[in-house]
Design a binder for this molecule. Structure first.
Ligand SMILES: CC(C)(COP(=O)(O)OP(=O)(O)OC[C@H]1O[C@@H](n2cnc3c(N)ncnc32)[C@H](O)[C@@H]1OP(=O)(O)O)[C@@H](O)C(=O)NCCC(=O)NCCSC(=O)C[C@@](O)(CC(=O)O)C(=O)O
Ligand SMILES: [Mg+2]
Length: 306
């Protein structure tokens, strides 16, 4: 968890829309995913690829993480997408339809070849695979361990519900099992879990409810379709002052407990022990990443390993 990167908000920007691309530097999201896949009509695939390459070449003062969503590698566009955009140095590739770990491994090999050709450090380009089918969900535990390049796994509910031949609802009961499995896969592999888009860009309350839910499940952030969604996501993911205050009290209490020669202590009647401390440290690190506090967190002391 040390030095973890915030990925609360990853905004899709259609790769065929110059007016949208040009605003990327001013968006306040943690990252963008410039899309060459489903947002781009078939007739514009070639033009979009060139446009994205030119945009990346001019966007030299990068102020957020930049991924490009390529077309799947088994389509006629996927390889050309890589060839066009990698020399313009995105941070990584969002890989759609990662149904099996072998699909990610193939991309891993291709990225290594490009890095060698471009004289770049091996591993420079990261991968964020999309888990967006029944097969993808079944295999995601292995996919999460398929290469060291992984930022995390991203869930894609639109394609997932299509693959299940069901409708997507705003309540999301139909997504619960898949979301949970994606989070397990990511946590076990030590990578981030990124939730799917909320497609109704006009429903901020619905977006807030869904974001609260997926935060509770363990996701680190969401894919977004509209810049207006960024603020709500950041509000939900920001630790609340009461959580930060309680976390500080927990850390203080456990240190008092250790001085007393015990690993467990009562704080306002509630038990504080090792897992409670772990969660408190996570809250404090998140608060630090949000710039809400500035304290020195000596984990060896907190965990009693000095
Ligand atoms: C949703 C909507 C149509 C709403 O239109 P609206 O007209 O109501 O938008 P407005 O709010 O009125 O726009 C106000 C101003 O913001 C500008 N603006 C809007 N959106 C912007 C943006 N994204 N980037 C930069 N600029 C933007 C706009 O140009 C305007 O600028 P200006 O004219 O200057 O004022 C629009 O946002 C949009 O097209 N979004 C991108 C859709 C997209 O990329 N889909 C593919 C990725 S999902 C997928 O594939 C499924 C998945 O794979 C996903 C998974 O992985 O989870 C799965 O399977 O689940
Ligand atoms: Mg999709």
């Amino acid at each position: 968890m040390a030095g973890f990167q915030l990925r609360r908000s990853l905004l899709y920007v259609p790769g065929n829309m110059p007016s949208m691309l040009q605003n990327i530097p001013i968006f306040q999201c943690d990252g963008v995913m410039i899309d060459l896949e489903d947002a781009v009509p078939l007739s514009e695939k070639d033009a979009a690829r060139s446009l994205v390459r030119s945009f990346l070449q001019t966007y030299t003062e990068r102020n957020k993480e930049v991924l490009v969503r390529i077309n799947a590698l088994d389509t006629k566009w996927g390889h050309d997408d890589l060839k066009a955009v990698l020399p313009a140095l995105p941070d990584g590739i969002r890989l759609p339809k990662a149904d099996r770990p072998e699909i990610v491994e193939t991309l891993d090999t291709l990225l290594t070849e490009f890095e060698e050709e471009l004289g770049l450090e091996i591993g420079r380009f990261r991968i964020l695979p999309s888990i967006e089918s029944a097969e993808g969900v079944i295999n995601c535990i292995k996919t999460a361990r398929s290469t060291k390049r992984l930022i995390g796994l991203a869930f894609g509910a639109e394609d997932y519900t299509a693959s299940l031949e069901i409708e997507r609802t705003k309540r999301g009961e139909e997504l619960f099992a898949a979301r949970t499995r994606v989070v397990w896969a990511c946590k076990a592999a030590g990578i981030q879990a990124i939730d799917t888009i909320f497609s109704d860009a006009g429903d901020m309350e619905g977006l807030r409810r869904e974001t609260e839910l997926i935060k509770t499940l363990g996701f680190s952030g969401k894919s977004l379709v509209n810049p207006r969604q960024i603020e709500v996501i950041h509000e939900v993911f920001a630790p609340k002052q009461a959580e930060v205050d309680y976390a500080l009290q927990v850390v203080e209490a456990i240190q008092r407990a250790r001085e007393m020669g015990t690993g467990v202590i009562s704080l306002g009647g509630k038990m504080v022990d090792a897992p409670v401390v772990k969660r408190a440290v996570r809250v404090l690190k998140t608060a630090q990443a949000h710039g809400l506090i500035d304290i020195e967190l000596n984990e060896e002391v907190i965990y009693g390993q000095e």
